[in-house]
Design a protein around this ligand. Structure first.
Ligand code: GCW
Length: 695
């Protein structure tokens, strides 16, 4: 069959695990010792690599004497065999790596640590073997490193098969059922394991009628998916509908305090865990954008979450309960309602009320995955609650995988943000809050942090597309997300090097350099040509692609910019606005409160100012809008030039896909520039100081 024939499914791109990424290891004499399930996976990987590149492979018992090996991957001899080979893949994920005279030993804390140790060696390539003598220990910052899929089993009439998916269809479902052939899921699981992901929720948080049945009638298919992920140390979670007792159980209520409802969930959990003993738990979007929840019964979110938590507790299951709760039917005329306030107003009063196995999953910003938002104050407001930081790897609001936008720098900035100091200092960062390290850091004056980690969750950007992620460069986002979950302090520019080194092995250094030129500043470039100074949205309603300045201005969604002839922005100050700034601890509540101290990039998120307001940068707001929009498109042109110079050096199919995406990015960025500039010229009547063309 030719590439153009109908039904042709190209082999998926190897992403960061092409065969050549295993060359250094594959040329060595490698020993694998361990008898757990993941040791089996490691042994298969090593056997394949050594067969391909001429090395040798042997499998030994832990503790057997080893002679003449370049690399030994073994369970630590003092590891208790139960946890090493048992069913808990989160246990023993760490490993110790020693290198002496070129001989490398990886001693894993448990079965999962062997797998992570293997991929660490793969990442290092030759440097694993020819580096100086070393003795290092590696362990993840948290055991909760999760990806959420917004995949529907059926194709949804409006949202398609994958909600906010830009990479083709679902990896898991086809034609309204779980795929018979899960080989692509297997490849995906391998890619995720290589970057350290260890949990995956396999269906959309908007749980429609068909998808609700994954919990019951289709459980057998979930068992099959879980078996694939298990070989890679990854647990499966399901998103469930809070109304499941009604939808699936024929009850007349899903009131969390109703005993029949609670029993229904107890039985549901018992069925799931007896079929999948290492099942992870449930993800719940309740009372949000039309999803059912406890409010219908006059109950709180703690009532709802805790009822589910009790049902899964006997199995060490988790409830990921999303904090994305706001009124999506507000009246745009009503200036006193502020969507940004909603999550804090709902959840802060419930701090301390959630069961120990509830993780409250909080989007990084108070609105909705915008290119720029302040970090959500909910993350700082619940010291007695397990908190997970939720990111969006899928680029809903950042170019939908048609634009090259590397989000590593944005995530890194969020992870490093400290609520209790302007310059970091010794106070906990967002990463500390999500990984539980906050407990160990100096008391920030807000009371001690009592709960264990809630970890990280993010919406996946992968689908059945040949390149997994639509834009081949969007693979870098999936890569960086996994690696930052493992170690939030990693430098996103270094992660780009890692990703490029693995994905384009053997390519001339010019390719790596061009990728830096294209991607390092791409998040800020996208920000420049889209909505200015933190004001957000201005996208086409519904699909959220492309500019539409007033698209949401008179809708019920709560995402307004309030531009008029004199000025723009949302007054969220305590003194004259919605009071949102007061949800932050000091010093940020004061910093955000005043236009004198508010950082430029968030000015319009926090304040309504005249177009002539002078920014810290020295520019007026209106001139900043014009300048950044021209600069953003210029930057896209430079990105394209840099890539064009090296694209003949990479796989032509990949080059072709990138070229096609760049053409669209340039078209779209130009459209953004012209619509935004024209809109504000017409509103303000203030011309561009530099006299450039504005329509
Ligand atoms: O960003 C918004 C999206 C919705 C999504 C929702 C959420 C799954 O536009 O498509 O629904 O957030 O996070 O629940």
């Amino acid at each position: 069959m030719t590439a153009d024939a109908p039904g042709f499914v190209p082999t998926p791109h190897p992403a960061w695990l092409p065969d050549d990424a295993f060359a250094a290891l594959g040329r060595r004499r490698v020993v694998v010792a361990g008898d757990g399930a993941l040791a089996g996976t490691v042994a298969e990987e090593v056997a394949a690599a050594t067969a391909r590149f001429g090395g040798s492979f042997s499998r030994l018992e832990v503790g057997d004497g080893v002679a003449d090996a370049d690399l030994v991957l073994t369970l630590a001899t003092d590891t208790d065999a139960g946890s090493a080979s048992g069913t808990d893949p989160d246990a023993g994920e760490g490993f110790r790596l020693t290198r002496e005279g070129g001989a490398v030993v990886v001693q894993a804390d448990g079965d999962a640590g062997l797998l992570h140790g293997l991929f660490h060696v793969v990442r290092l390539g030759e440097a694993a073997f020819d580096g100086p003598d070393a003795d290092e220990t590696h362990a993840p910052a948290t055991g909760l490193r999760m990806l959420d899929h917004w995949d529907n089993v059926d194709t949804h009439p409006v949202m398609g098969q994958v909600e906010r998916g830009y990479s083709g269809g679902s990896l898991f479902y086809e034609d309204g059922v779980v795929r018979a052939d899960l080989s692509r899921v297997e490849r995906y699981a391998r890619l995720l394991a290589a970057v350290g992901i260890n949990r995956v929720a396999i269906n959309n948080v908007n749980v429609h009628r068909r998808e609700a049945r994954l919990l019951t009638d289709d459980l057998g298919d979930v068992v099959r998916i879980a078996a694939v992920f298990r070989r890679w140390g990854i647990r499966v979670h399901l998103s469930v509908s809070f109304a499941s007792p009604i939808l699936l159980g024929g009850l007349s209520t899903s009131d969390p305090l109703d005993t029949d409802v609670a029993h229904w969930w107890v039985r549901a959990a018992a069925r799931v865990w007896s079929a999948i003993p290492d099942f992870g738990g449930f993800v719940v979007k309740a009372d949000s954008e039309g999803q059912p929840g406890p409010f219908a019964y006059g109950r709180t979110h703690a009532d709802g979450a805790n009822m589910l938590a009790a049902a899964v507790e006997p199995y060490d299951g988790l409830i990921h309960w999303r904090a994305f709760v706001y009124d999506h039917r507000q009246d745009w005329r009503d200036r006193s309602t502020d969507r940004a306030r909603a999550a804090y107003d709902h959840f802060h009063p419930l701090d301390g009320a959630f069961a120990d196995n509830v993780v409250v999953q909080v989007k990084y910003g108070p609105m909705d995955f915008q290119v720029r938002e302040p970090v959500s104050p909910v993350l700082a407001a619940m010291p007695r609650t397990r908190i997970a930081l939720e990111l969006q790897v899928t680029q809903e609001y950042t170019g939908q995988q048609r634009h090259a936008v590397y989000l590593g720098p944005q995530w890194s900035q969020i992870l490093g943000f400290s609520f209790w100091s302007a310059d970091g200092g010794a106070s906990p960062t967002v990463a500390d809050l999500a990984t539980g390290r906050a407990k160990a850091v100096e008391d920030p004056g807000t009371g001690a942090w009592h709960k264990p980690a809630g970890g990280f969750a993010a919406v996946s950007n992968a689908g059945d597309d040949e390149f997994w992620t639509g834009h081949p460069f969007a693979q870098a986002n999936l890569y960086a997300y996994g690696r930052l979950c493992w170690d939030p302090t990693l430098d996103p520019a270094d992660l780009l090097d890692e990703w490029a080194g693995l994905t384009f092995p053997g390519a001339p250094d010019a390719v790596r350099q061009a990728l830096h030129t294209v991607l390092d500043g791409s998040w800020e470039t996208y920000e420049r040509y889209t909505s200015p100074l933190g004001v957000g949205f201005m996208v086409r309603p519904g699909h959220h692609y492309g500019p539409d300045v007033d698209g949401y201005e008179y809708t019920p969604w709560g995402t307004y910019h309030f531009a008029d002839r004199d000025g723009i922005g949302v007054d969220r100050s305590v003194r004259t606005g919605t009071g949102y700034a007061g949800q932050y601890p000091s010093p940020w509540r004061e910093t955000y409160e005043s236009t004198r101290t508010c950082p430029d990039e968030l000015l319009l998120f926090f304040h309504h100012v005249p177009y002539t307001h002078v920014l810290h940068s020295g520019s007026t707001v209106i001139q900043h809008i014009y300048d950044t929009h021209f600069a953003g498109v210029d930057a896209v042109e430079r990105m394209i030039e840099a890539w064009s110079a090296v694209s003949p050096l990479v796989d032509p199919r990949l080059a072709e896909r990138v070229a096609e995406r760049f053409a669209e990015q340039l078209r779209s960025a130009t459209e953004w520039r012209d619509q935004i500039n024209t809109y504000f010229l017409r509103k303000s009547g203030i011309p561009d100081e530099r006299g450039r063309t504005i329509y």
